[in-house]
Write a protein that binds this ligand. Structure first.
Ligand SMILES: C[S@@+](CC[C@H](N)C(=O)[O-])C[C@H]1O[C@@H](n2cnc3c(N)ncnc32)[C@H](O)[C@@H]1O
Length: 251
């Protein structure tokens, strides 16, 4: 008998794929939708994702002098909000060069270019020093990361002592009737919108499926505590369609 290395498997939406394949599958999804990503967000959520991102900023409360590391920062939505509200500098880290390039082309972001830098890297291996920033965020990104525990530990590492981490992510709807309506919307309308606007139905089916396989509110809170964060709390948004989790790196 030969000693074959054992393949480890992980979720990719409702599919199960070898761990080493997930990152490239996720990269294909976001390369395909990068140019229509911002408009699709507005169409799919009726603009509500903007309110959720504003709620994240309310909790984060940016101040002058603060540095933010925005993991899976995509086209810069969180970075822009942080700088508009008075934050001083943002390191956007995203694994996908197409998303970053779509972000750099945004006219609303160009005015802040001297307060921003963009790095193509994984949230699992952030090329920044330990204790770099007062704030670390990840918005609709953790769901796509292969080793979420590793990414949470990295977020903890790059925070300064006394710093805060916030995660905005799709979560588990709390009301059973609303949950059924939401299922109808996300498994039918969302992939069809993806087909018509982004010309990629599969990418938006992956989105709906990956939301259902992501840890629920209390499970994510436990994962954050295990990564080292203290005073972990969460708030549901729109009945739990999304949630913001917050945790601190104590001195
Ligand atoms: C749904 S988009 C979110 C973009 C942005 N944060 C927002 O809220 O609009 C998810 C982003 O996660 C990025 N991503 C996926 N896996 C990643 C990883 N391991 N490390 C860093 N970024 C990753 C994708 O390239 C994509 O830009």
């Amino acid at each position: 008998m030969t000693n074959q290395p054992k393949t480890e498997w992980i979720d990719f939406g409702f599919e199960t794929v070898p761990v080493k394949e997930k990152q490239s599958r996720v990269a294909d999804v976001f390369s395909s939708v990068a140019s229509s990503y911002d408009i699709m967000n507005d169409l799919m959520s009726g603009g509500v994702h903007r309110l959720w991102k504003d709620a994240l900023m309310d909790w984060l409360a940016p101040c002058k002098g603060q540095i933010l590391i925005d993991l899976a920062g995509g086209t810069g939505d969180i970075a822009l909000r942080f700088l508009k509200r008075g934050g001083s500098h943002v390191h956007v880290v995203d694994i996908n060069p197409d998303m970053i390039s779509a972000g750099k082309k945004r006219s609303d972001i160009k005015a802040y270019s001297n307060q921003l830098d963009w790095t193509v890297a994984s949230a699992e291996d952030i090329p920044l020093q330990t204790g770099t920033a007062e704030r670390v965020t990840i918005s609709f990104g953790l769901r796509n990361v292969t080793n979420r525990d590793v990414a949470l530990r990295e977020a903890f590492r790059v925070l300064k002592p006394g710093g805060r981490f916030c995660c905005l992510e799709f979560s588990t709807v709390q009301n059973a009737t609303f949950s059924k309506l939401y299922d109808l919307w996300s498994f039918n309308a969302m992939p069809q919108l993806g087909r018509m606007v982004a010309r990629d139905e599969a990418a938006y089916r992956y989105l709906a499926e990956s939301i259902r396989t992501f840890p629920a509110q209390h499970d994510l809170a436990r994962m954050m505590s295990e990564a080292g964060f203290a005073q972990v709390r969460f708030r549901n948004l729109s009945n739990g369609i999304a949630a913001i989790h917050s945790g601190w790196k104590l001195d």
